[in-house]
Ligand binder design. Structure first.
Ligand SMILES: [Ca+2]
Length: 500
């Protein structure tokens, strides 16, 4: 029939492009008004400064492996303003963790595995090698999660990460960003990512989707932006005349400078809006995280994808959809074309259905699951909060391309429930905070292909995300970079990787 004869091209072009890529143009506003930060080489400057300041900090250099020998500056190191420092808005309120960073004498050469206070208020728990993870902990949660957090930190240390724990009641987003930027500099850029535990402030971005099709008017929206914490040396500004539609005091419509992400951000958000439920959920989370690392997860290394947009009306549709999911332009290769992959959509011709796919999710047939469906804060397609609360969610990595499934402004939201539900094995949950569904196609290919490729090479989830984000998007996605990236959110622990 006519609809069906449009075939896979249109459906991929519409469904995936309406969701995965869909929200896929725009952001001209941000690029057009790129700030003066774009000049020069912010990254290089930041490196030089990190080097210059590192010796003044109390962060113990691992004595087992000599610190990288930086090229000394030609002149006496001074704490000159740098691109990174300039990019950090001045915190409006001083919080405990950001007390004036008084450099204390380094415990030069004294090997110690005991926690070391950093000059910036964090506590470094193990020296690590060349990678550090920052954990920012909501102080109101700490007593309720202390022992399971200790276990998590021990696990990270065992994997070779230095762990820097900061317990602070960060008042506003610029405080969080300034703290992360300072840790990044002080560790000579060894911080690879940060996990925000509990109720930390949300920054916002105003992003615009402009279609390549002139008949489709552009649409704009305000979204929680964890990109604000991932890009530590770019600039986020509110242009004259911009007012946050949601009345958020830290909302930005212009992102400029070096927009690449220096670090990944993972979030362990509040659960159900109350402290007791949150502490219980985080303890449960660290428990299953430890079990996964200990090899106690009984999930096959396999890929499950359920696409609610594809509805085969002919045998030809069926074959086309299957081929598209397995190896098409928007396929999650090399996951999707592996022999033991599970691909589902509604098709009376091939005996496949979306419901079978979700039954497979409950049965635990795969450690990595992708869902393509319409979404909102309460549901990802046919999966809603009640479903993940009452059915086993048998996968370790859960990626929804549904719009807004991770809108953390709703205390009760689908992605958080998918992570925390007592019936869920999920350790990393990817979604968006507003109506963008996907992350575009860059010079290496479709985002799903890029993420699957990186994970297959043994990279962590966070590394896989950075490997996509920090490669330039191609047209038309390049025009809507902010729309794709500002809205992206990772719940859980991005240090995790696939198990063999
Ligand atoms: Ca950057």
């Amino acid at each position: 029939m006519k609809m069906a004869s449009l075939g896979v091209t249109l459906l991929v072009g519409v469904c995936l492009v309406m969701l995965a890529t869909a929200c896929e143009q725009g952001e001209e506003e941000a690029t057009a008004t790129a700030s003066p930060m774009a000049t020069g080489s912010p990254r290089a400057t930041a490196t030089a400064t990190a080097t210059a300041t590192a010796t003044a900090t109390a962060i113990a250099s691992p004595t087992a492996s000599p610190p990288p020998t930086p090229t000394p500056p030609a002149t006496t190191p001074t704490r000159t303003p740098t691109a990174l420092a300039e990019a950090i808005p001045t915190p409006t309120r001083t919080v405990a963790a950001e007390a004036t960073p008084t450099p204390t004498p380094s415990v030069a050469g004294t090997p110690s595995l005991t926690p070391t206070a950093t000059a910036y208020g964090g506590i470094e728990l193990c020296p690590g090698d060349d990678r550090a993870v920052a954990l920012l902990v909501d102080p109101s949660l700490l007593s309720g999660i202390r022992s399971s957090l200790d276990q998590f930190e021990t696990d990270l240390c065992s994997e070779g990460y230095a762990v820097i724990e900061t317990v602070s009641d960060f008042a506003v987003p610029p405080d969080v960003r300034a703290h992360l930027a300072e840790l990044y500099m002080q560790t000579e850029e060894h911080v690879v990512g940060a996990i925000l535990i509990g109720d930390l402030p949300h920054p916002y971005q105003w992003v615009t989707l402009t279609s390549a099709n002139p008949d489709i008017p552009p649409s704009s929206e305000e979204a929680i932006s964890f990109q604000y914490y991932a890009d530590l040396d770019g600039t986020f500004e509110a242009s004259p005349g911009y007012a946050s539609p949601g009345g958020h005091p830290y909302s930005y419509d212009v992102h400029g400078g070096d927009v690449d992400w220096e670090i990944w951000i993972g979030v362990l958000p509040p659960y159900l809006g109350d402290p007791a439920s949150t502490a219980e959920a985080i303890n449960r989370y660290f428990g299953k995280n430890h079990a996964y690392r200990a090899g106690e997860y009984d999930l096959p290394r396999s890929f499950l994808q359920v696409n609610e947009h594809f509805k085969a009306e002919t045998q030809e549709d069926h074959t086309s959809f299957l081929n598209a999911l397995r190896s098409g332009q928007y396929a999650w290769t090399p996951f999707s074309d592996a022999p033991n992959t599970h691909l589902y959509f509604d098709s009376p011709f091939g005996g496949l259905s979306v419901d079978q796919g979700y039954a497979d999710l409950s049965a635990g047939v795969a450690d990595f699951t992708v869902v393509d469906a319409h979404g909102y804060w309460g549901a990802s397609g046919k999966l809603d909060i009640a479903w993940v609360d009452s059915n086993p969610v048998g996968t370790a990595f859960f990626w929804s391309n549904g719009c807004a499934v991770g809108d953390l402004d709703h205390a009760d939201n689908f992605l958080t429930s998918a992570l925390y539900s007592p019936t869920s094995m999920v350790l990393v949950a990817k979604g968006t905070t507003n109506d963008s569904g996907g992350m575009g196609t860059n010079e290496n290919g479709f985002f799903g292909h890029n993420v699957a490729t990186s994970l297959s090479l043994g990279e962590s989830f966070g590394e896989a995300m950075l490997s996509h984000v920090n490669v330039p998007l191609i047209p038309p996605w390049a025009d809507s970079r902010e729309y794709h990236y500002a809205t992206s959110v990772i719940l859980g622990d991005p240090t995790l990787r696939l198990q063999p």
